[in-house]
Design a protein around this ligand. Sequence first.
Ligand SMILES: Cc1ncc(C[n+]2csc(CCOP(=O)(O)OP(=O)(O)O)c2C)c(N)n1
Ligand code: SF4
Ligand SMILES: [Mg+2]
Length: 283
Amino acid sequence: MVARSDYAGLKPAWCPGCGNFGILNALNRALIDMKIKPHQVLLVSGIGQAGKLPHYTRGNVFNSLHGRPIPPAIGAKIANSELTVIAISGDGDAYGEGGNHFLHACRRNHDITYLVHNNQVYGLTKGQASPTSDVGFITKTTPYGAASPVNPIAVAIVSGASFVGRGFAGDIDHLANLIRNGISHRGFALIDILQPCVSFNHKNTFQWYKERVYKLEGEKYNPSDKRAALEKALEWGDKIPIGIIYEEDLPIYEDQLPALSREPLVGRGVDVAKVEILFTQFL
Ligand SMILES: Cc1ncc(C[n+]2csc(CCOP(=O)(O)OP(=O)(O)O)c2C)c(N)n1
Ligand code: SF4
Ligand SMILES: [Mg+2]
């Protein structure tokens, strides 16, 4: 049995009313519902308000550099395939500074879940435009308005991600369910989460999203149809779809590695003599 108290972490230092609280609740709920214990989880984050999340829950934690949570996350998954590996980023972390890692994780189909808190702004550094800021969004760094944004859902689909979902921090039940689906999926699961930043994004507010989001689950929609998924990926404005946008069953990267066909690498003993020989080759 996994209890709520098992996932009690430090007191969050986020602004009151921040959308990150909804994401934290949804993630905890998903892990508890799936009966995953904190020692079975690895949370790898980058830098930013989103990157603080692992400290506010429980689990194994690796806090990496800005834009860099994916490399340690995939390395850890290769070393210990039994871990539930969840990478966590903000929109700048994932699609700006870490954009290259994001692309290649999609096409290689690493078996990790990637939660991106998409507040369409650089929150921690006080409100500069991010890669997903709406066109025309005015900030101190974009006094004449932001340029056309990255579309992470479309990029993930065309780059080969086998699970692409969008959630909303204002609908915790729906988001917890989406995270459960992402974790259960075998392969790279991107979950882009609409996350209002109440301090620095006064355009894309809770109300703004509430008036626009609709759930794909209530529609006649087939998430295994790639063309239909791309059409959904292009919907942004008056109507914004949330839910599983694309899902496909594909071989994962780790399947190609013969060394992983037996027990996890961490479960095997280390032959110190062989390691010493290896080290002497590089001296
Ligand atoms: C390589 C590098 N560049 C820039 C920074 C400064 N920096 C820290 S957080 C951040 C923006 C974070 O924005 P986002 O990833 O959207 O996360 P949020 O704070 O909005 O959750 C920046 C530019 C840094 N720490 N490292
Ligand atoms: S600055 Fe924005 S993203 Fe950061 S804690 Fe405050 S409301 Fe949340
Ligand atoms: Mg951000």
